[in-house]
Design a protein around this ligand. Structure first.
Ligand code: F0G
Length: 368
């Protein structure tokens, strides 16, 4: 190509991002949408896959580790992938109101997409156990919030019953369209790496996301878009680990409030994903979660919420099992800004207060 032609191409080509119209547009043939489906989108998806060497270095053995930073979705979590589908289909069906139970992220995402689709959004949350950022989002998006004196599991029981009796669409991950949207994250990973990773490390709460990823990996594998399937490595917080312990937990507790769930509704599907992929479910303590959370922040410049750090904490815990030269993806499900209290209470930063506003005082504090 001549230089002048190249120059012309440079000035007339658009940056890639301008062509991204959200994941339904991008993956239409893979999703249950038709020409009639009104697409409710905030241009979710296409999130970055970022190499995290600080974690790979702690493992050694020539491994490559990547973070799928889904906290960069429009409302700051992977839920947007499922919500664009669930809300678009609800709109197609003429629905006027949606409801969900949530530890916070689902409520933020449901509210944003419902409002964009001109619907009412009811969210039922465990009172006192939703991170500030998530609550702020639900408020700003105009959700109608019902904070119950009970945990997520109780809230989910209530909304399931409600949606059976009243004309209101349930948008928790029991809604099959949610998982359809969420599976696209697996497609993106395969497109970025040119193959599926050897391991996928992912936090589990209600176990919808691990189910969705497995669906995505299988679909692309059987369409010859990847040469292999990953092992699905699911992680739960040790105070809230029903899938690891093999029994429901009546009073789940963890700093990672997003995954404070004792009776995962997608349990059977998640167990099937583990079995089919020869995967493994393990638990990580709150301390291990916070350790991974801090490493990601101060060594990688990646701020995720504590539940998301469970995937990295889990990988570090299983480092002896990691095969040589393997490629591993850790899913960072939510943005760190969601939970500012956790950040302020768990960091190693130096915060000088009462600093006099003059050069000498500042230099002294800086240690020069
Ligand atoms: N990470 C984050 C940040 C989450 O918000 C959730 C779930 C998970 C992981 C677990 O995903 O449930 O598909 O296994 N949050 C739900 C909510 C429960 O209400 O926002 P899962």
């Amino acid at each position: 190509m001549s230089f002048s032609k190249k120059l012309k191409q440079f000035f007339t080509s658009k940056p890639k991002n301008n062509n991204w119209d959200g994941l339904i547009e991008a993956y239409k043939p893979w999703l249950p949408v038709t020409k009639k489906t009104p697409i409710i989108t905030l241009k979710e998806g296409a999130t970055p896959l970022i190499e995290i060497k600080s974690i790979a270095n702690r493992i050694g053995k020539g491994v490559k580790v990547y973070a799928k930073y889904d906290g960069l979705n429009p409302t700051g979590s992977f839920k947007d992938r499922g919500m664009t589908m669930a809300i678009s289909k609800a709109k197609e069906d003429g629905c006027e109101a949606v409801i969900c139970a949530s530890t916070g992220n689902t409520s933020a995402s449901a509210a944003a997409y419902a409002k964009r689709g001109g619907m009412r959004a009811f969210v039922v949350i465990p009172d006192g156990y939703v991170a500030q950022g998530k609550l702020a989002q639900a408020l700003v998006y105009g959700a109608e919030i019902l904070a119950i004196k009970g945990n997520f599991d109780k809230a989910l029981d209530i909304v399931r019953e409600l949606s059976n009796k009243y004309p209101i669409t349930l948008v928790n991950s029991v809604n099959p369209y949610r998982l359809q949207g969420q599976k696209t994250a697996a497609f993106e990973i395969i497109e970025n790496l040119g193959n599926a990773p050897d391991w996928l490390c992912i936090p589990m709460g209600n176990a919808g996301n691990i189910t969705a990823y497995w669906m995505g990996f299988e679909e692309y594998f059987y369409a010859n878009k990847s040469k292999q399937l990953p092992r699905m490595m699911g992680f739960q917080a040790s105070g809230s680990a029903p899938l690891v312990e093999g029994k429901s937990i009546s009073n789940p507790e963890t700093i990672a409030t997003a995954i404070r769930i004792g009776n995962p509704v997608n349990k059977e599907k998640a167990l099937l994903a583990r079995e089919s992929s020869k995967g493994k479910f393990s638990s990580v303590t709150d301390l291990e979660i916070i350790n991974a959370y801090k490493i990601l922040g101060k060594e990688e410049g990646i701020f995720c919420e504590p539940a998301s750090a469970a995937s990295v904490a889990g990988l570090l815990k299983l480092k002896n099992d990691v095969p040589k030269n393997s490629t591993i993806v850790c899913v960072l499900t939510g943005n760190g800004l969601k939970d500012p209290d956790c950040a302020i209470n768990n960091n190693d930063s130096i915060f000088h207060t009462d600093v006099e506003p003059d050069m000498n005082s500042i230099i002294k504090k800086m240690g020069f």
